[in-house]
Design a protein around this ligand. Structure first.
Ligand code: SF4
Ligand code: SF4
Length: 278
């Protein structure tokens, strides 16, 4: 999933759009994965357990403007009400500035798919769990105009996946429900992190503009992170060591990627604190 092009605002919904009555036909063609498997995807916290050796994990906050009352209630479940808009945090896996996901193999297939580790978010594209099920047609209208204009999944297939405001395809429904559940579970963690960022230049710039507020996970939130992910104490060292390794790989690639440098600093700090405790 192309994290950088995640839909953040849609035209305000006025009553039932005509297209609500039309089914959406879609089947991922896979061979055009280079279009959508760009630098980063999103992970539910529980998915980090299986993927911390693969991806550098950071957090990204985005602003969302409610499209209608139902969307407002959903955003209230997921994020922080800023009056007029909401801020919702996600775990980012990878580097969204890059053009190719590190899990995409040379033949343009997802190397995590056969291992059963493909993230929920990647199984949901081009739909989006940050919007109600009933208005996914608006998402698709926008996606077809922008990022997914060349997506082969909409072309020449008659497999209906969404109709009359609901997913009729079970795999998509499961990914949608699963990612929304994760956003609810992560809300408190994300709010603590967001509060800690208030007052920073990055936070102020983010509030004033659009785009993403990306941050490393700070030391003081690591215990909360372990609980959220659901890993046992004996595996926490493996997570820290593996994340140090993948962050080092990323910073070798580009020394100016400040978020990975920040992450490396926090990871080394927590490693040192834990070794002092022993
Ligand atoms: S069909 Fe669409 S969603 Fe599937 S790989 Fe191609 S661009 Fe991505
Ligand atoms: S994890 Fe797999 S499906 Fe998701 S963006 Fe990367 S290669 Fe594509």
């Amino acid at each position: 999933m192309t994290y950088r092009n995640y839909p953040q605002s849609l035209p305000t919904q006025k009553g039932d759009s005509v297209s609500l009555k039309h089914p959406i036909n879609f089947k991922c063609a896979k061979k055009c994965a280079s279009l959508c498997c760009t630098g980063a995807t999103l992970l539910a916290a529980k998915e980090i357990k299986g993927l911390y050796k693969v991806f550098p994990i950071t957090v990204g906050f985005r602003k969302y403007t409610p499209v209608n009352e139902e969307h407002l209630l959903l955003l209230d479940d997921f994020g922080t009400n800023m009056g007029g808009f909401y801020i919702v945090g996600d775990f980012i896996a990878g580097n969204w500035r890059n053009n190719r996901c590190i899990a995409l193999s040379d033949n343009n297939t997802c190397s995590l798919h056969t291992a059963g580790l493909k993230p929920l978010q990647c199984s949901l594209v081009p739909f989006c769990a940050l919007y109600p099920e009933s208005i996914q047609h608006l998402i698709i209208e926008q996606q077809k105009r922008e990022t997914y204009s060349d997506c082969l999944g909409f072309k020449g297939n008659d497999e209906t996946v969404w109709q009359g405001g609901i997913f009729v395809n079970q795999a998509l429904k499961d990914a949608f429900v699963g990612y929304q559940r994760a956003l609810r579970e992560q809300k408190e963690f994300m709010q603590r992190l967001l509060r800690a960022m208030r007052g920073s230049d990055g936070y102020r710039a983010f509030l004033a503009g659009r785009g993403i507020l990306e941050t490393a996970i700070p030391v003081f939130l690591y215990n909360d992170l372990f609980m959220l992910i659901g890993i046992q104490e004996e595996e926490t060292s493996s997570l820290i060591e593996s994340q140090i390794r993948v962050m080092e790989d990323r910073t070798r690639e580009d020394k100016n990627e400040s978020v990975f440098n920040d992450a490396l600093r926090e990871l080394r700090k927590i490693k040192s604190l834990r070794s002092n405790d022993v």
